[in-house]
Ligand binder design. Structure first.
Ligand SMILES: Cc1cc2nc3c(=O)[nH]c(=O)nc-3n(C[C@H](O)[C@H](O)[C@H](O)COP(=O)(O)O)c2cc1C
Length: 152
C-alpha cells in the first residue's frame, strides 16, 4: 500500500515553504504519495485522509506560529479529526538567538499531535537560521530517515 503523506507548512518569509517543497520532491522520489499545498484549509486537509503528516513550520513573534498556520492549528484543536495512531513528524525552522522560544512553533505542533493522538515517528528536526542558510539541503538526511521509516 502506498502511504498517503500530506505536508503542511507555516511561514512568514518563505523559508519553511521552500523546505516543504523540497521535502515533497524528495519524499515523492522515495515512493510516497505526497500532497503539499501551501495554506491548506482544515476541510481540504481532512478530505485528503492522510496516513502520515509532516508539518514544516517556522516560529515568529516571541515563540508564535506563523499567521498562515494559526487558523488550521486552531481548527484541528477545535474539531479533532479521527487521527488516532496516524504517523507524524515535524520540521521546525527557528533561530537559536530566541533562547527558550527557539523553534517554539514546532513544539506547538508537537503538542497538537499529542492532543490528536498523532504518533511522532522521529525527533523533531530543528533548523537554526543563525547556524545555516541552507535549510533545504540541511533537512536531507532527516528526510531520508523519515522516508525509510514510512516505506519499510
Ligand atoms: C520577527 C521575528 C521573530 C522571530 N521569532 C522567533 C522565535 O520566537 N523563535 C525562533 O526560534 N525563531 C524566531 N524567528 C526566526 C525565524 O523562525 C527563522 O528565521 C526562520 O528561518 C524563518 O522562516 P520563514 O521564512 O519560513 O518564516 C523570528 C524571526 C523574525 C523575523
Amino acid at each position: 500500500m502506498t502511504i498517503n503523506l500530506v505536508i503542511v507548512s507555516g511561514t512568514v518569509f518563505g523559508a519553511a515553504e521552500e523546505v516543504a517543497q523540497h521535502a515533497a520532491q524528495l519524499l515523492a522520489e522515495a515512493g510516497l504519495n505526497v500532497t503539499y499545498q501551501a495554506r491548506i484549509s482544515y476541510s481540504e486537509l481532512v478530505a485528503l485522509e492522510p496516513d502520515a503528516l509532516l508539518f514544516v513550520t517556522s516560529t515568529t513573534g516571541m515563540g508564535e506560529l506563523p499567521e498562515d498556520l494559526q487558523p488550521l492549528a486552531a481548527a484541528l484543536r477545535d474539531q479533532p479529526p479521527e487521527w488516532h495512531g496516524l504517523l507524524g513528524a515535524v520540521i521546525a525552522l527557528g533561530d537559536a538567538c530566541y533562547g527558550e522560544d527557539f523553534c517554539a512553533g514546532g513544539e506547538m505542533i508537537r503538542e497538537l499531535y499529542e492532543e490528536l493522538g498523532v504518533v511522532e515517528l522521529q525527533d523533531m528536526l530543528r533548523l537554526d537560521a543563525s547556524e545555516s542558510v541552507t535549510p533545504e539541503s540541511d533537512a536531507e538526511p532527516w528526510l531520508a530517515e523519515f522516508a525509510a521509516s514510512l516505506t519499510e
